[in-house]
Design a protein around this ligand. Structure first.
Ligand SMILES: Nc1ncnc2c1ncn2[C@@H]1O[C@H](COP(=O)(O)OP(=O)(O)OP(=O)(O)O)[C@@H](O)[C@H]1O
Length: 213
């Protein structure tokens, strides 16, 4: 079995012993997009954190190409790019600097770094903001920057928590196109989404989480 497999999963329980996620199982094949749906508090973010290996389940398993997902494991970090909550950014680095840093982290050729950084910002329509610092962006611009950072690192699995949030209609269409583009390149995408139009545009499969209340 290749791809991302989520089996008989139950997330970590909270301090009162309450289960944060109903029993859930699904498989996401390479090149496909699975969308998690459900009302506020249903457990979408919790499930995404488990899929990305950011949290360990108390029951069940999450495997990526047969290996248990664990962000402390280099194999998971190589495989996964996750945007679940805002990523760490640095007040003293511009958008361009952030991408240049990621580029260097992944050992890419410095001679061609500028081209890749330009293309990464251009993909999300934020090239004109390349000399801004993160705190000089609107919330939607910051989100587009976070998406460009997420897209920039190599990944076989993209994990995205409500990536449509704060985006205007044209950027939601762009998001749909870019998710489909990544799937066509063979990347697996697992994402939570509240927008039916975006879901319709990107989903190969949908996992519905029931209302937890
Ligand atoms: N850090 C935490 N400590 C305790 N309970 C938490 C924590 N984070 C989330 N929960 C609880 O876990 C359950 C699932 O929350 P989660 O954030 O996964 O839902 P969600 O489906 O992503 O919701 P939303 O659509 O509002 O983002 C909720 O009952 C929530 O209150």
């Amino acid at each position: 079995m290749t791809g991302t497999l989520v089996e008989a999963l139950e997330a970590a329980k909270d301090v009162d012993g309450a289960v944060l996620l109903p029993p859930t199982s699904f498989a996401a094949q390479p090149g496909t997009c699975v969308v998690l749906r459900g009302p506020n508090g249903a457990g979408k973010t919790t499930l995404l954190r488990l899929v990305a290996g950011l949290t360990a389940p108390t029951a069940g398993t999450v495997t990526l190409d047969g290996v248990v997902a664990d962000e402390r494991d280099a194999a998971t970090r190589d495989a996964v790019a996750a945007l679940v909550g805002p990523p760490a950014t640095y007040r003293d680095l511009t958008l361009r600097d952030h991408l240049t840093l990621v580029d260097a982290t992944w050992g890419r050729d410095p001679a061609t770094c500028d081209e890749r950084v330009h293309a990464a910002l251009d993909r999300w329509g934020v090239t004109h903001l390349d000399e801004r610092f993160p705190h000089e962006l609107s919330s939607g611009q910051a989100h587009l920057f976070h998406l460009s950072l997420t897209w920039f690192r190599p990944a076989r699995l993209l994990v995205l928590d409500e990536p449509e949030q704060r985006l205007d209609d044209s950027r939601r269409l762009l998001l749909g196109r870019l998710v489909r583009e990544r799937c066509a390149e063979g990347t697996t995408v697992v994402m939570a989404c509240h927008d039916p139009a975006v879901t319709e545009a990107v989903a190969d499969a949908v996992v519905d989480l029931p209302d937890a209340t």
